[in-house]
Design a binder for this molecule. Sequence first.
Ligand SMILES: *[C@@H]1O[C@H](CO)[C@@H](O)[C@H](O)[C@H]1NC(C)=O
Length: 579
Amino acid sequence: MKTRAKPVWRLVLSFIALRSCAAFYLPGLAPVSFCEEGTSGDECQSTIQLFVNRLDSVESVLPYEYDVFDFCQDAEEKRPSENLGQVLFGERIETSPYKFNFNKNLTCEKVCTRTYDISAKDDKKKLDFLKSGMQLNYQHHWIIDNMPVTWCYNSAFNKKNMYYLFNHVDIMITYHSGATEGWKGARLVGATLEPKSIKHEDENKLTCDGPPMEIPNEFTSNTKVTYSYSVKFVVSLWFTLMCAFGDILLGNDQVNGLSQEESGWKQVHGDVFRPPRKGMLLSVFLGQGTQIFIMTFTTLFLACLGFLSPANRGALMTCAVVLWVLLGTPAGYVSARLYKTFGGEKWKTNVLLTALLCPGIVFADFFLMNLILWVEGSSAAIPFGTLVAILALWFGISMPLTFIGAYFGFKKPQPVRTNQIPRQIPEQSFFTKPIPGIIMGGILPFGCIFIQLFFILNSIWSHQMYYMFGFLFLVFIILLITCSEATILLCYFHLCAEDYHWWWRSFLTSGFTAVYLFIYAVHYFFSKLQIVGAASTILYFGYTMIMVLIFFLFTGEWRTKYSPSTYGIVLSEFHIAWP
Ligand SMILES: *[C@@H]1O[C@H](CO)[C@@H](O)[C@H](O)[C@H]1NC(C)=O
């Protein structure tokens, strides 16, 4: 046995009990309302039951039931029903002797006293077991209203050959009151607990201000342990803030309305697939976005695996261009498919635009810059032959492939139906108006790539080598995820606000990241580069425009194409998750 004294239990617990506003609840957890004693009724209860789970330790694989230790036991112990998973994971939840009523602060309540007599052999065994538990850092797991209780502790004492028993707990419960929202009672949002070691001098008159409760390693004298607790209720500020934020964002009615059956997005359900204005342009953008997305993904993936040496920057570009050319088919397919969904009939225009619009812009931009380079006599100018070769790849391979994709895209039936008469869209609050939503939506994805951007720009403009492709790939994935999340969330808010014009908005929400990219590039130009002369400036912005356009298509596409899917997710996941 180790002789070094362990400062009591280490009691750490992760705590994720974000239970939010009235409307948002996790599935399977019906919210319980609490109210003060005397005012309780059918809709709320006043007693709060604290449950204890088994104790476990990171230093030992064996979990122990709470009862195995000589703690205070509940006189009328009950076990709530556990599901199979809990039983399989060895969870043993039982009621505890810590009992209190909602919003009734208690200070230094006694729970029970345990005495250990040196003459009794049994007592020594119990105490030894307790000590071995402390030594192995066995941790408590307590539960209040289905939430784990967070244990916050600091182990300040450290005397040799001495055990310090946490025999007192300060419990703090935060709640969210329904009074301001017109429902009775309150809901608990969090519980934290601070264990303390206090030697109670007089077990019948507890003051909770004694020295720490020490248990010597050697059991030489009778020992008495009194367990006690305090409980405090506080209104959750964070929560109030969140709801206030929700109010600002959605308007108070909508926050409350989310929980009601017949409001919000459910009502727009017959209009949600109403074709957008300028459906042609959107479908073209989405088709080309797909092409760019697959191209970027594959290129980065290959670079990440080490197929494209960073020392050879040409390899990266070649790979990207070849992939782009070969990916005409998905572009044509997506574009045609969506265009048909929007009820469009000018399929030839659609295919031609898909094949020509954005590549055309890029090519024109490129060509102009090249012209400047020629005039300047720069070695970076692309030879005429190469330009012709690129044109040949574009018209000779990419375009026919686009047609093939479009052919299959148009063969698909038009899948969705909408109500005959478009629904009136109610007056929107500032935050659910299109522009603010779009501007906000791009911030998060941009925040993710912002640091990498600096290195990428450096590698392009200051000719520094870029070799963190693994990391870049990761950032790319994170970018995709944040774009999706931001778009889904905003889309959800808009649908809740009964605004069903989500097609363009989804596209622009994440596509707006490109605008931030542009702003950053401008900032980079003025702060990091010493470029002089009109030609260089034009070149810089010419290349930046290409980058921004590609980025715009790519980020915008990434979420919108799957957005009926966005809608599907909203419908299925969100509806189930936030009933
Ligand atoms: C309980 O204690 C907290 C914190 O000291 C205080 O804010 C709250 O008003 C008290 N509640 C009651 C019912 O006394």
